[in-house]
Ligand binder design. Structure first.
Ligand code: NDP
Ligand code: GDR
Length: 336
């Protein structure tokens, strides 16, 4: 049985990747942060009590700021594959907390790579490493963006992701580590954090329909993103680690839509006019914005045989339906 270690297992991607790996027979170990309230809501449905069965998902306390803990986790788990998904992943928050964001996103990746390197060397066992890179690293670089596009990051988060990217490349080149970067464009799902713009919109629509919210306050509606479905993207993470040679890949749908287009699609599904509900709140504007992200994932298509299955319209519908059900509404009463 293969063993995987996932940092960030409690996040959107961590939960889908855990489901994916469990279905392929893996034993999945996840690093979780101690929190004063429960933070495992996205993976609770995968939990099996040790006293009642043979769990294949096992959780360990840890934090990317704590290198000693990372080393201990590797010693205990002895994983075949390590997926580094943990991050302070909110771009706007990274302007408010730049040092912390850079420490977790950039230095955190380095701490984990150091731990993996030593573990692999001392025990002479191969460990494959996946780094969760981001289209934010391209930032202001002209579209379409692929593996050859130079980075031009526009936020502390993105700068730190660029550092993590190059740490990963460096450990591959310097130590022969099987270490790969997935450069993933935005991917969403019903499990997306509530403060990212797509989920903020679908959740707000459901609350408006339920009579629990009147207005939706947003920032820049002109930004364009290449939005895919998280469930499709975790398959790409796994495929990246199954190749004969380690390499870096852009993962995207190769289509882009503005925030405004997302609003039109989502409000349109429930036959409402978004202009009646959306107001600008300048607090949601960013000191530096990324205007246009549009991926070119042809390398992943050719080498990984990966293609996204869920398109933009299906994604918006899926997220809206899930939020309406959460809100106690019957989606079929509102949507065609
Ligand atoms: P989420 O924000 O949903 O999840 C982040 C995860 O990281 C959570 O499990 C969180 O724990 C954990 N985490 C945060 N800080 C620390 C820390 N100091 N130590 C250990 N764990 C920590 O992100 P996503 O699932 O959306 O994204 C996964 C990864 O992919 C991230 O690295 C993100 O930057 C990157 N990415 C995401 C994209 C997307 O569109 N979703 C696109 C490109 C890259 P807790 O639950 O306790 O907060
Ligand atoms: P992003 O996602 O910054 O691309 O990072 P987010 O959904 O936060 O923003 C997308 C675009 O929408 C604009 N926007 C707003 N954004 C938020 N969050 N809230 C608002 O009210 C709002 N109004 C307009 C933003 O300005 C932006 O242009 C996500 C994260 O998952 C990163 O971790 C990941 O690396 C990238 O995607 C790829």
């Amino acid at each position: 049985m293969k063993r995987a270690l996932i940092t960030g297992i409690t996040g959107q991607d961590g939960s889908y990747l855990t489901e994916f790996l469990l279905a392929r027979g893996y034993e999945v170990h996840g690093l979780i942060r101690r929190s004063s309230s429960f933070n495992t809501g996205r993976i609770d449905h995968l939990h099996v009590d040790r006293h009642e069965g043979q769990p294949r998902m096992l959780l360990h306390f840890g934090d990317l700021s704590d290198g000693t803990g990372l080393r201990r986790a590797l010693e205990t788990i002895q994983p075949d594959e390590v997926y580094n998904l943990a991050a302070q992943s909110h771009v706007k928050v990274s302007f408010d907390m730049p040092e912390y964001s850079a420490d977790i996103v950039g230095m955190g990746a380095l701490r984990l790579l150091e731990a993996v390197r030593d573990h692999a060397t001392h025990l002479n066992r191969p460990v494959r490493f996946y780094q969760a890179g981001s289209s934010e690293m391209f930032g202001a670089a002209p579209a379409p963006q692929n593996e050859k596009t130079p980075f031009h990051p526009r936020s502390p988060y993105a700068v730190a992701k660029v550092a993590a990217h190059w740490f990963t490349v460096n450990y591959r080149e310097a130590y022969g580590l099987y270490a790969c970067n997935g450069i993933l464009f935005n991917h969403e799902s019903p499990r997306r954090g509530e403060t990212f713009v797509t989920r903020k919109i679908t959740r707000a629509i459901s609350r408006i329909l339920a009579g629990r919210q009147a207005k939706l306050y947003l920032g820049n509606l002109d930004a364009r993103r290449d939005w895919g479905f998280a469930g499709d993207y975790v398959e790409a993470m796994w495929l990246i680690l199954q190749q004969p040679e380690p390499d870096d890949y852009v993962i995207a749908t190769d289509q882009t839509h503005s925030v405004r287009a997302f609003l039109e699609e989502a409000f349109g599904l429930v036959r409402r006019n978004w202009q009646d509900f959306v107001e600008l709140d300048p607090r949601y504007l960013r000191p530096a914005e990324v205007d246009l992200l549009l991926g070119d994932a042809s390398k992943a298509r050719q080498k990984l045989n990966w293609t996204p299955k869920v398109d933009f319209k299906a994604l918006v519908r899926m997220m809206l339906r899930a939020d309406m059900i959460d809100e106690g509404l019957d989606p079929d009463a509102f949507m065609d």
